[in-house]
Design a protein around this ligand. Sequence first.
Ligand SMILES: NC(=O)C1=CN([C@@H]2O[C@H](COP(=O)(O)OP(=O)(O)OC[C@H]3O[C@@H](n4cnc5c(N)ncnc54)[C@H](OP(=O)(O)O)[C@@H]3O)[C@@H](O)[C@H]2O)C=CC1
Ligand SMILES: O=C1CO[C@H](CO)[C@@H](O)[C@@H]1O
Length: 362
Amino acid sequence: MTPVSKFTSWLRWCFGNSVIHYHSNLKNMKYIKLSQTNDLMPTLGLGTWQAPPDVVESAVYKALDLGYRHLDTAFNYNNEEAIGTAVTKWIDDGKGARSDLFITTKLPHVGNRASDVRKFLNLQLERLQMNYVDLYLIHVPFGFKCDPISLTPTVKETGDYELDMDTNHGLTWQVMEECQKEGLIRNLGLSNFNEKQTENIIKNAQLKPQVLQVELHAYFQQVQLRKFCEDNHIVLTAYAPLGSPGAKTHFVTKYKYSPSAFPDLLSLPEVKGIADRYGKTPAQILLHFLVQEQIVVIPKSTNEHRLKENMDIYDFELTPEEMDSLRKLDKGEDARIFNFLFWKGVENHPEHPFKLDQTAEV
Ligand SMILES: NC(=O)C1=CN([C@@H]2O[C@H](COP(=O)(O)OP(=O)(O)OC[C@H]3O[C@@H](n4cnc5c(N)ncnc54)[C@H](OP(=O)(O)O)[C@@H]3O)[C@@H](O)[C@H]2O)C=CC1
Ligand SMILES: O=C1CO[C@H](CO)[C@@H](O)[C@@H]1O
């Protein structure tokens, strides 16, 4: 018996066969183990960006009823309190325990400094009505100056964001490590960090980043970063796994992006063809494809039908040929949607993570 199958048997003995499918085969890969803490992270989570509080509360409650066990939020999604209310109600209604859930939130751009970690984490825990989070990510590698009242970035008259040029990831990480030891955070991770920035954290950390959350979808498969994460035992979480149809409306109306900069992955003939073969939808194929690649996905939906649809991705397995045809959709760096240039002036921050000549069209 291999160590993995021994562990699987133990989990089955403890929790029963229907709850845990840990690497028993790829199609049933519902959890992935984090390397240093051995925590199990559900490979499907619920994204909540652009889910306003009044909508997200009932969506989260519904999602938990449907079987979602992993929620992704952030300080600047402005919905942590509503999510906390939904989770508390669900637990109080006797439907499950806090320990059944995997809750991720993020240290914001305006709090990206050692001296602010505890302030934001405590506020976020209070809003979430929890005494710990399962995963705390540094949301972005750069930092903005913070308006002390609104806790939003300060912006100059020119419209440029005021940058905090003193960002020091090593010092911020040390405070996050302390918070982990105190039990306020179970796992530490990063988001939107590039390979070099992640490597710098790894070099000096006692607790390594367990997760890196980045944009990742059929058009932008992050092949090089995936290899790096595999070598360093970091689990990758794919944000915008459906190509973020919601970002299109947001960026086009708010930031005047060109609509042509956004992919329509749900209409791709290759994806539709595979979907028809399995009696699945294109969204299910896009999500399953990533999970079969051992990547965690966090699609956002507040619609009950699509919440159900996005969960129903574990009862089939794509053939090597189908996986290859989906891998070939990758367009690399040109397909990046989230380059952060919508925050005016951010490209002047020394820790801006992406090469600007390769970012998406504005
Ligand atoms: N770390 C970071 O910097 C970032 C993290 N994220 C996280 O990742 C999550 C996912 O990314 P996101 O940008 O939301 O993009 P997604 O790729 O998850 O797309 C979400 C959009 O697709 C729609 N949708 C959901 N399911 C389906 C379906 N089955 N068929 C058709 N349309 C569907 C949703 O609308 P509807 O709700 O109406 O169903 C919504 O408009 C975020 O919500 C957030 O939690 C996102 C961006 C950056
Ligand atoms: O998580 C995120 C969702 O998208 C936003 C763009 O307004 C970014 O704030 C961010 O990184």
